[in-house]
Design a binder for this molecule. Sequence first.
Ligand code: F6P
Ligand code: MN
Length: 324
Amino acid sequence: MSRATLSDYLSRSNTPASLAQLIETLAGGSVAIREDLAGGALNDILGAAGAENVQGEEQKKLDVIANDRIKQALGVLPSVRGIASEEEDEVVAAHHDGEFLVTFDPLDGSSNIDINSMVGTIFSVLGSRGEGAVSEAEFLQPGRDQIAAGYILYGPSVMLVLTVGQGVVMFTYDPQSGLYLLTEDQVRIAEEAKEFAINMSNQRHWHPAMQRYIGELLQGAEGPRGKNYNMRWVAAMVADVHRILCRGGLFCYPWDARKPDQAGKLRLMYEANPMGLLVEQAGGKIWTPEGAILDIQPTHIHQRVPVILGAASEVELCIDYHRD
Ligand code: F6P
Ligand code: MN
């Protein structure tokens, strides 16, 4: 059977040529990152880079390598006006008259690198409204305004999961042809949740509403939910969200009392918004206890947010607990 390539899909979906080129460039960057990852210790890519990012987190060597690869690849596209990355202190200017702004998490789940487990690259494409030098203010657009979003999952196979606003599609990288081939059209999140994903070690620090909600899932068939749930936690958002797109469930990274002034761990513009567009395009929901994540007006590029995403009915229920 001959499968559609990424280029086939982009032309079939009438994606404008400049956006198609941008997405193909991100895909090209991911192939280089895949090579870096595949060699592991042989490529001297494991371990810490010896620096911290602007958010005070230790950078891994591969955080820096992946960031540079994507930054360089996007930087040559005339359509890119600027980029914002989890690993860059400030927005980076590209071409003054470019029409796109790109935000990305170059290597999501980077604590998994050293244990040869799954990691990913997350990206979001916004339209540009500015003139002259690019500014941070131009990036501060609600997630609903994203033109495209997606991620690359580096697992046993490498997958590109994409939305250009026409549902969600999945491609698998074919090492023989060097192409991404369409392997899943029309991704839909299962309505009924059987699994949940949350870092249970933080349970005692959550808001009481979150403790109660998860506590009831843990009571299984004997509790108020009347059925057993299974728990999974890969510790790479890309991999955990990928599982939810493939077989449903709920993913939460809630607010935590240890850092009461920090809204959550995950980043709005590099993680929550792009994943949010994918989840909503696949029929799911992504909320914080205060409202829909895609409606948040960002106030700065590195902003954090609590995240509850997955099967629509389960997300709604979890939010209801917070309203009580
Ligand atoms: O990017 C942040 C991140 O690595 C996510 O990919 C992941 O979901 C989460 O942090 C894991 O957090 P923790 O180390 O608390 O399990
Ligand atoms: Mn991340």
